[in-house]
Design a protein around this ligand. Structure first.
Ligand code: NAG
Ligand code: NAG
Ligand code: NAG
Ligand code: NAG
Ligand code: NAG
Ligand code: NAG
Length: 482
């Protein structure tokens, strides 16, 4: 082949890939925190143990100045590596260490002896509960006013009220984690802190139209399992605060509409069409906070395959199960599929649809409580449609349980996950024998034979949402199932 031909071939490929690439927006528009050459250079230089470190650093000058200085630094060295020490000097001049966006904050509604403690008789459990209750004081964070006044200097998203954070590398608020945090706060009689956290989520829905994965701009184009309506339900049960309910409902409906407009899919089974939900994040490029993990995984892939991978990894993060063999698809055998074979958006998940079902039922109840009969009817109808769809697509009458449905194979994924029982927890079933059969399934699965909790799956893939890990949200959903 002549060099002339090579050029033409590569030109055609370039145009094709450039178009495929250009279709998808980056995780956020920041050319420092979400996309661009500075992010790429710093992350691939691996200056820190965790890629999250850099994208949590505060800017010491405006983004324009930092980007111009970086342009000056790289001018004329486009395709040479910039040494780590030059990059480090650059970061020292223009960035401050992570954590500058928070003040320590002790919740004012914390008190020594909430009622639940006095009900615990076992001394070992009692002491453990006391320790847990004390944790609220060390995990409270308040965002500084500077984040509100100068958002361009931070990746932190401003929210008006203090929060309880998960801790460790997770130094900001997270969406579905907060459901269990809020339940704990209610048990600890800390309703003000709980209300503040819920108000933050309502504020985020107001700003984004949905709740982002967490409190950073690099999470702002993906969500997490939609627990906000259930947070409000639990808060309302604890406080009977009808004015708060009235105030919250419009944001809950807006979030619901986001999931129905942007995360739904039509599934055809036996000639009948059903509307169900899936995780789906049409956003390109590596996740900024795990940049080199994503880039390394994509090594040797074509540009089109890379983009597919980046999309599906983000959908996996949106599911909360990042990552799990549960989302492995494609045409590989489940035993030799790896994270490269992630196809999250091709699955119709049992737990997401159970949660949407619970949201529909709960929104109907809220409207009923508030005297909005027409709106209550609307959500009751949605709930009834969901019951039908969950039964038709996810319920397996032979095995007596619900399974994720694969849109690649048009069939169920028969593997065991605690999420197979999520419709029980969410009361999203219409026949009492389903409850009995699902419990039989759980016993027969062998998953109850592990002394330290029900494992996330029975397949040891090396991913953290798989065997042998047992995650507390999944235990709680199983325990609370009727
Ligand atoms: C970048 O270089 C130009 C030209 O040398 C200079 O005027 C400008 O101040 C530099 N900008 C920064 C932020 O260092
Ligand atoms: C380096 O970049 C220049 C233009 O920026 C380009 O012409 C040249 O081919 C590049 N060299 C390599 C080795 O990629
Ligand atoms: C949802 O999808 C619509 C297009 O169907 C789009 O205009 C809108 O921006 C999306 N909403 C969000 C919050 O991503
Ligand atoms: C995957 O594993 C199956 C056996 O479970 C084997 O037959 C197949 O060849 C393997 N495929 C690859 C690509 O390794
Ligand atoms: C639920 O079951 C009842 C009685 O079996 C039936 O009347 C109703 O139509 C069912 N609803 C759905 C959504 O299947
Ligand atoms: C799955 O079903 C869809 C539509 O019902 C169809 O277009 C597709 O070809 C089917 N795929 C397989 C693998 O059967």
């Amino acid at each position: 082949m002549s060099s002339h031909n090579v050029d033409r071939v590569s030109l055609v490929f370039c145009i094709f890939f450039a178009q495929a690439y250009a279709l998808l927006p980056p995780p956020c528009d920041s050319e420092i925190y979400c996309t661009g050459e500075l992010l790429r250079r710093v992350q691939t230089a691996k200056l820190f143990n965790d890629d999250k470190h850099f994208v949590d650093m505060k800017l010491l000058a405006s983004p324009d100045v930092v980007l111009e200085a970086f342009h000056n630094l790289t001018f004329g060295v486009q395709n040479q590596t910039i040494t780590s020490s030059i990059l480090k000097d650059f970061l020292t001049r223009f960035f401050d260490a992570p954590g500058k966006e928070f003040e320590t904050w002790t919740p004012a509604d914390w008190h020594e002896q909430p009622q639940f403690l006095s009900k615990i008789k076992d001394p070992k459990l009692y002491n453990w509960a006391v320790d847990l209750h004390r944790l609220w004081k060390s995990l409270g964070r308040k965002i500084t006013m500077d984040v509100k006044d100068h958002p361009e200097l931070y990746s932190q998203i401003y929210t008006p009220n203090p929060v309880i954070v998960p801790g460790g590398r997770f130094r900001e608020l997270y969406y579905w984690d907060s459901y269990w945090i809020i339940n704990g706060l209610l048990l600890s009689e800390m309703t003000d802190t709980a209300q503040g956290m819920i108000n933050n989520f309502l504020y985020l829905v107001d700003r984004y139209g949905f709740v982002p994965n967490g409190g950073r701009i690099y999470y702002e184009r993906r969500s997490q399992p939609p627990f906000l309506t259930v947070m409000v339900r639990d808060y309302f049960r604890a406080t009977k605060d009808i004015n708060f309910l009235k105030k919250a409902v419009p944001a809950l409906e807006r979030e619901y509409n986001f999931w129905m407009q942007n995360r739904s899919i039509i599934v055809e089974v036996d000639g009948n069409k059903h509307i169900l939900n899936h995780y789906n994040v049409q956003i390109g490029q590596p996740r900024p906070e795990s940049y080199t993990d994503d880039l390394d995984l994509a090594e040797h892939m074509s540009e089109v395959e890379k983009e597919r991978l980046f999309v599906e990894l983000k959908a996996g993060a949106e599911s909360g199960w990042d990552f799990s063999s549960r989302w492995f698809g494609g045409n590989k055998d489940s035993n030799n599929a790896t994270l490269k074979d992630i196809y999250t958006s091709s699955f119709v998940p049992t737990d997401l649809n159970a949660l949407m079902c619970l949201n529909e039922h709960t929104l109907a109840q809220f409207h009923h409580e508030l005297g909005n009969d027409a709106a209550a009817q609307h959500y009751s109808k949605a709930y009834n449609n969901r019951l039908k769809a969950v039964e038709a697509v996810l319920w397996n009458s032979e095995k007596g349980v619900w399974f994720d449905y694969s849109l690649q194979t048009n069939s169920s994924n028969f593997a065991f996950y605690p999420s197979n029982l999520a419709p029980l927890w969410a009361h999203c079933f219409n026949h009492s024998d389903m409850q009995l059969r699902a419990f039989e399934y759980l016993k027969d699965s062998g998953a109850l034979n592990y002394p330290h909790g029900v494992p996330t799956s029975l397949h040891n893939s090396g991913e953290q949402w798989d065997m042998p890990n047992a995650w507390s949200p999944l235990q709680q959903m199983l325990i609370q199932a009727p």
